[in-house]
Design a protein around this ligand. Structure first.
Ligand code: DGI
Ligand code: FE
Ligand code: FE
Length: 208
């Protein structure tokens, strides 16, 4: 199938996502484009990946799961659990939709969508940009899912780091996300922890 152009993808997102999710999507796309400009990545790919990163977010758990199974993706334990609200499955399901419904063929864009929630070790430039843009986009008034004091400061720090050093921003965001999940005793996807361990040990190696 033909890859849809950015304007068509945007219209599809406007039609299929809830209004708040659509606003977030636009913000992620434009934040990703700015990060791409600063860090020398492909701006067009950043826009497309940002525009599609949450394309499966408004589907039911069952639909997300079926999309993955239909295209032979194995589900991890965290993706099988939490059927009422599964925070991680929409990423993989989104990559399937991006390919099958919106005709995206570029593997880097598909991986950026797949790993936008947990990250993974050895992320490409585009993968890092989408992961970070999702967290720092201007509409986020607080870190994911919570609204506590001091978190505004954390978000400011993440935004500043993102335009200076992507790996520094990654470690900062992953650390905050893990602290948030642990503080609420949420189930942690092993990939989130593995990604944090990978980038924080690299960061230490660079500093020492
Ligand atoms: O889809 P968004 O809300 O824009 O953001 P997202 O896809 O990055 O994350 C969705 C949620 O997933 C967010 O509240 C943080 C959470 N999350 C990230 N890693 C993990 C996680 N939740 C759990 N339970 N376990 C994880 O490892
Ligand atoms: Fe998401
Ligand atoms: Fe998002």
């Amino acid at each position: 199938m033909k890859t849809l152009n950015l304007a068509k993808i945007r219209r599809e997102m406007e039609k299929t996502l809830e209004p708040k999710r659509y606003e977030h999507t636009l913000s992620v796309a434009y934040t990703a484009a700015n990060l791409a400009a600063v860090h020398g990545a492909d701006i067009e790919k950043a826009l497309i990946a940002g525009m599609l990163h949450d394309c499966a977010k408004c589907l039911s758990y069952k639909k997300q799961k079926n999309l993955c199974l239909k295209y032979h993706f194995q589900l991890t334990q965290t993706e099988k659990d939490n059927k009422d609200y599964n925070p991680v499955l929409h990423a993989k399901a989104g990559a399937v939709l991006a390919k099958e419904k919106y005709g995206v063929k570029d593997e880097d864009i598909l991986n950026a969508i797949s790993y936008h929630t947990t990250g993974r070790p050895q992320m490409s430039l585009l993968e890092k940009i989408i992961y970070i843009a999702d967290y720092i986009e201007p509409g986020r008034k607080h870190t994911k899912g919570t609204m506590e004091r001091s978190e505004a400061d954390e978000l400011t720090k993440a935004r500043q780091a993102a335009f200076r050093d992507l790996d520094e921003a990654l470690v900062f965001i992953l650390g905050n996300t893990l602290a948030y999940l642990k503080g609420r005793s949420y189930q942690i996807d092993p990939m989130t922890q593995v990604t944090y361990d990978y980038y924080s040990s690299r960061q230490k190696g660079r500093i020492e």
